[in-house]
Design a protein around this ligand. Structure first.
Ligand SMILES: Nc1ncnc2c1ncn2[C@@H]1O[C@H](COP(=O)(O)OP(=O)(O)OP(=O)(O)O)[C@@H](O)[C@H]1O
Ligand SMILES: [Mg+2]
Length: 284
């Protein structure tokens, strides 16, 4: 279990930016962390993998405190963080080397490293990038490579910090599907930081940060209503529609073609309320 116990943090010489946050993520659990710009999401991600140490409270990974200097390699092995900015993460010349970097560092045999690289390239659909130079990739390609390289290490907990932000709609869904497939196979826990509905739909639970504190926790069906209450535009709605049938049978079919579904009717439907989806408020 990845556990934050009443964690607070302030960057040296700065005011507190994370305040009394508690969260548990079991293996196999999928938790979305949402919040406006500057609400402390990235800071929380760095606290989860031991890159930052809480000023008060503690972070435990399967019972090991991230502050335990002797266990830092163990913490890094168990918690795989994908940085918000891919350029902060990419270190090798080629995509193949980059994806193999983590597995090599784990001390895996060369044949196993090769098999992890092959598999990651296949699952993420980036075989054509194998020999390419990381620094010449597009922003979206870089982002996909960083996610693939962290998942190739098969960590027990994966922390994705806005890892689809540089991808367009279809590429984003492909990446999410690949992540979902690997998580199902490995049983890893997921912390997914995003403000995009089609990303966080992968998760079962959500934690909203506001000004560094937990504003709200709930199930994923609470997300649209919560975003609406906060006046956040629901992005990714059209992409999500195709998936809604599984939750509200026949829902997607009830949306007249070419009409824009209102965010309110989506929230109502997801909350199990009755009512016909109404056209109206434009959602991007
Ligand atoms: N290295 C730093 N030194 C001082 N303050 C920082 C540092 N990094 C972040 N902050 C501040 O901490 C607060 C939380 O930042 P953080 O990056 O964790 O938020 P975020 O929710 O990830 O934002 P975004 O959505 O823009 O990625 C912000 O006020 C930010 O300005
Ligand atoms: Mg951030």
């Amino acid at each position: 279990m990845l556990e934050l116990r009443d964690v607070s943090y302030a960057y040296p010489g700065s005011p507190q930016v994370v305040t009394n946050v508690s969260l548990t993520v079991e293996r196999g659990a999928r938790v979305a962390v949402m919040g406006e710009n500057g609400s402390g999401k990235t800071t929380l991600a760095h606290l989860m993998c031991g890159l930052l140490q809480p000023v008060t409270g503690e972070v435990l990974v399967d019972g090991i405190p991230t502050g335990d200097a002797a266990s830092i390699h163990e913490i890094r092995r168990r918690v795989g963080l994908v940085f918000q900015d891919p350029d902060d993460q990419l270190i090798e010349n080629t995509v193949e080397r980059e994806i193999g970097f983590g597995p090599r560092n784990l001390g895996l045999a060369p044949a196993e490293v090769e098999s992890r690289v092959d598999r990651a390239l296949e699952v993420f659909g980036i075989q054509d990038l194998r020999g390419r130079s990381c620094h010449l990739l597009s922003a979206g390609e870089k982002q996909t490579v960083t996610v693939a390289s962290v998942l190739a290490m098969e960590p027990d907990y994966v922390v994705l910090d806005e890892s689809t932000s540089l991808l367009d709609g279809e590429a984003r869904l492909r990446l999410i599907s690949a992540v979902e497939r690997l998580l199902t196979e490995t049983g890893a826990g997921l912390v997914l930081i995003s403000m995009r509905l089609e990303d966080v739909w992968l998760c079962d639970r959500v934690l909203f940060l506001k000004g560094g504190s937990v504003a709200f926790t709930g199930g994923k069906e609470d997300i649209p209503r919560r975003l609406l209450d906060d006046g956040v535009p629901l992005t990714g709605l059209p992409l999500l529609l195709g998936r809604l049938d599984g939750i509200v049978p026949g829902f997607a079919g009830r949306v007249a073609s070419g009409r824009v579904l209102s965010a309110g009717s989506l929230a109502a439907a997801l909350s199990g309320m009755s009512g016909n989806p109404k056209g109206g408020a434009a959602c991007p």
